[in-house]
Design a protein around this ligand. Structure first.
Ligand SMILES: *Cc1c(COP(=O)(O)O)cnc(C)c1O
Length: 223
């Protein structure tokens, strides 16, 4: 068996073990920087949920893979710029990174225009980091409410990327508390380094790149 399939099977059993009898979270295999030849074995093995962080890179890779595997579910997990919203709505099934009114509004009108209805997550900047995307914690309640009632987006949950420093579990717990206040069922949290803590805190989607595909060092981003 190839390395990637070994790793895929390994993380799937780890995820199930961490869930400890509860429903395990869905695995989003984060395929950014990996090319179609590296992704396809994972599709052949039957996996269907993938994450990418750039719209342009995804447009080069996924239309051809989608033709062969039409039931793929593609998640956008990277920041979205307004000039990419139309392309993102056309290509992706789920957007994890809604974090400002301009993008929320643009997504809503583009979904109507294209007659497509995507699930969305609101990204929360739980660490209050200046350089990081996401709504500030103190603005989260109003923004989530506006996404639903003002823009009519189908908000299914919240997403966060904890700061590199500090205790990831604290951020997962905070995200879960905000979600509970808004009756949001889904939590997109946990990457290769911290997915076990995320599952303990109730993640329903974990986003794993290197744990599935290996190190990205040799795979420079496709621009
Ligand atoms: C790259 C990326 C991941 C996966 O990271 P790994 O550490 O390789 O598991 C998860 N979430 C987001 C938002 C990413 O950009």
């Amino acid at each position: 068996m190839s390395d990637v399939l070994h790793q895929l099977n390994h993380v799937l059993s780890e995820i199930e073990a961490c869930a400890a009898g509860r429903k395990p979270p869905s695995l989003i295999a984060v395929s950014k920087t990996f090319d179609t030849a590296q992704i396809e074995p994972v599709l052949v093995a039957g996996h269907r949920q993938f994450g990418e962080n750039r719209v342009q890179e995804s447009q080069k890779k996924w239309p051809s893979l989608r033709e062969k595997y039409p039931d793929v579910i593609l998640h956008l997990i990277g920041p979205l710029q307004s000039n990419k919203v139309a392309d993102a709505v056309a290509l992706f099934d789920v957007i994890h990174t809604v974090d400002r009114p301009k993008i929320a509004k643009a997504l809503a009108s583009e979904m109507i225009r294209q007659d497509r209805s995507l699930d969305v997550f609101v990204q929360i900047n739980t660490g209050g980091e200046a350089q990081k995307a996401g709504v500030r914690v103190e603005d989260a309640d109003v923004f989530i409410e506006n996404c639903r009632s003002q823009y009519g987006l189908r908000v299914v949950g919240l997403m966060c990327i904890p700061p590199i420093e500090g205790v990831a579990a604290d951020h997962f717990k905070l995200l879960s508390e905000i979600a509970k206040r808004h009756d949001l069922a889904d939590l997109s949290m946990g990457m290769s380094s911290d997915y076990r803590q995320a599952i303990d805190a109730g993640a329903t989607f974990v986003r794993l790149g290197s744990a599935v595909f290996g190190s990205r060092d040799k795979n420079l981003p496709i621009s």
